[in-house]
Design a protein around this ligand. Structure first.
Ligand SMILES: CC(C)(COP(=O)(O)OP(=O)(O)OC[C@H]1O[C@@H](n2cnc3c(N)ncnc32)[C@H](O)[C@@H]1OP(=O)(O)O)[C@@H](O)C(=O)NCCC(=O)NCCS
Length: 457
């Protein structure tokens, strides 16, 4: 019944292209449709029950509670992520690459996440042009970043820089002026586009200040896509393979539904009508935790220590890796890059990055990438035998850093910053939609142990 009466916004919809040339114009088409759909859902099914809450959910970090509307992607425990119903291989096939490249661009993914539609190559290029035009960093943010000590973690610098960008927030200025609620999303969109445009410039400045002090920083090239510009400003512009890898990595990492710590943080902070810069800055500090975004730096540290002890991934035996895994576990540490809060199968993002490696002989020669592959052949059985984790399979971080390392981006303290550039695509999409759909301030109910015991009785 519901499916017949509501406009179709599901998988086939995601494959339709629109003739409008700008992201904003397409959103103007899509927003009223979704607003209507939400209204109907609320009016006709507001009282329908879609889950229950057990004490273990309350005590267990709210895992499994269906409590949040997040439009751009949904994570299936066994299948992995789908973006508006599209799997990773479908996105790889259908989302336009940059001119001369093969991997989908960040712009194509952003377009899909925001609108639910696959962009044409022209639409994707138009968005690249818009982002490049808006990519310069305001002078006060340049000064702020340049004044920070190189010893300050790059994620702290990124979060501070993003917060300082709110100086020019259209949403905040509009709110102070008294704009109507129905206009919120257009102001939020302006901020989100400006933030996505400036993130690579900010992130590259942090990298150059910390790791290449004194070296000149390239400016934004209006003819390049977002990731082309990012690698260029990082100083790796002539490495086409690294640029392609980063395109894939940033698009794949763009969204992972809404319950993970960084996405939930930006949504929560945004729900107070804090502007998109402050909301995403808060998200970055959640991403900086070792159980979340910092895991990619931990994985590489752990892999390199294993390589140091056991030797190249080409030579090491499965038995030696097994013993190393047990040593890690017996010392009370987690095996980094394995396990997940929702996934119960190998992460398709891990598989896509592995495929990228398989297609490049020079990557297959890397002793570290070979070690990642061999670890994958052994670790799930060891973790099953260990018997603690609910998901003994690799997540995306099991491999992401090793490829960057191979291409010469060796400063692994910086890796979470790249994740932060990427995750902006999904978190900021949600902020636009949260304002378009008029979602309220978040306010779940908390309970004390006394209150829980009373409820049980
Ligand atoms: C991702 C992660 C934080 C998910 O945590 P979670 O939802 O609590 O995971 P589980 O429900 O499977 O955890 C149950 C137990 O297994 C343990 N466990 C989970 N993953 C593990 C791993 N990779 N190695 C060893 N033990 C692990 C947990 O620490 C927990 O132990 P406890 O009961 O003593 O507290 C966790 O798997 C982890 O720490 N992984 C390693 C870090 C990582 O790769 N993070 C990136 C995520 S994208």
């Amino acid at each position: 019944m519901l499916a017949r009466r509501l406009p179709a916004l599901r998988t086939p919809y995601a494959r339709q292209a629109s003739t409008k040339s700008s992201l904003r114009q397409v959103l103007e088409e899509v927003v009223p449709i979704k607003q209507q759909r939400l209204k109907q859902l609320k009016a006709e099914h507001g009282q329908a029950v879609i889950g229950d809450v057990k004490v273990e959910n309350v005590l267990g970090g709210m895992r499994g509670i269906k409590a949040m509307l997040w439009e751009a992607s949904v994570l299936d425990p066994n299948e992995g992520i789908r973006f508006h119903g599209m799997t990773i291989p479908e996105c790889q096939k259908l989302l336009p690459p940059a001119p001369g490249g093969k991997e989908m661009t960040a712009e194509s993914m952003l377009w899909l996440l925001m609108t639910g539609r696959v962009p044409t190559p022209e639409q994707s290029r138009e968005l690249s042009r818009e982002l490049a035009e808006k990519g310069e960093l305001p002078v006060h943010v340049q000064h702020l970043i340049d004044s920070l000590p190189a010893s300050l973690h790059p994620m702290t610098q990124l979060g501070m820089g993003v917060a300082a960008l709110n100086h020019d927030s259209a949403f905040q200025a509009g709110y102070e002026k008294g704009i109507k609620k129905t206009e919120y999303w257009t102001y939020a969109l302006e901020d989100c586009i400006n933030l996505i445009a400036r993130l690579p410039t900010l992130a590259a400045r942090i990298y150059r200040n910390i790791y290449r002090p004194g070296a000149p920083l390239a400016s934004v090239d209006k003819d390049l896509d977002l990731v082309g510009n990012y690698t260029n400003m990082l100083g790796f512009g002539d490495n086409k393979d690294l640029t392609e890898y980063l395109r894939l990595y940033i698009a794949l990492h763009g969204d992972h539904e809404g319950g993970n710590a960084s996405a939930h943080t930006s949504h929560l902070v945004g729900s107070t009508l804090s502007d998109p810069f402050l909301s995403y800055s808060a998200a970055l500090f959640a991403l900086a935790g070792p159980l979340h975004g910092l895991a990619n730096q931990e994985v590489l540290r752990w892999q390199l220590a294993m390589q140091e002890e056991l030797g190249s991934g080409h030579e090491v035996s499965h038995e030696d890796i097994k013993a190393y895994l047990w040593k890690t576990l017996k010392s009370g540490q987690v095996v980094p890059g394995y396990g997940h809060g929702v996934l119960r199968a190998p992460d398709p993002r891990f598989l896509a990055l592995q495929q990228f490696c398989e297609a490049r002989p020079e990557l297959l020669e890397s002793p570290t990438i070979a070690l990642v592959k061999k670890t994958y052949e052994v670790a799930p059985d060891v973790l099953k035998e260990h018997g603690k984790t609910k998901n003994p399979y690799p997540n995306v971080d099991a491999t992401s850093g090793c490829v960057l390392y191979h291409y010469g981006l060796k400063e692994f303290k910086y890796y979470t910053v790249i994740f932060g550039v990427s995750r902006a695509l999904g978190c900021l999409t949600q902020i636009v939609w949260a304002r378009a759909l008029g979602l309220p301030i978040e306010r779940p109910k908390s309970l004390s142990m006394d209150a829980i015991e009373k409820l049980i009785q």
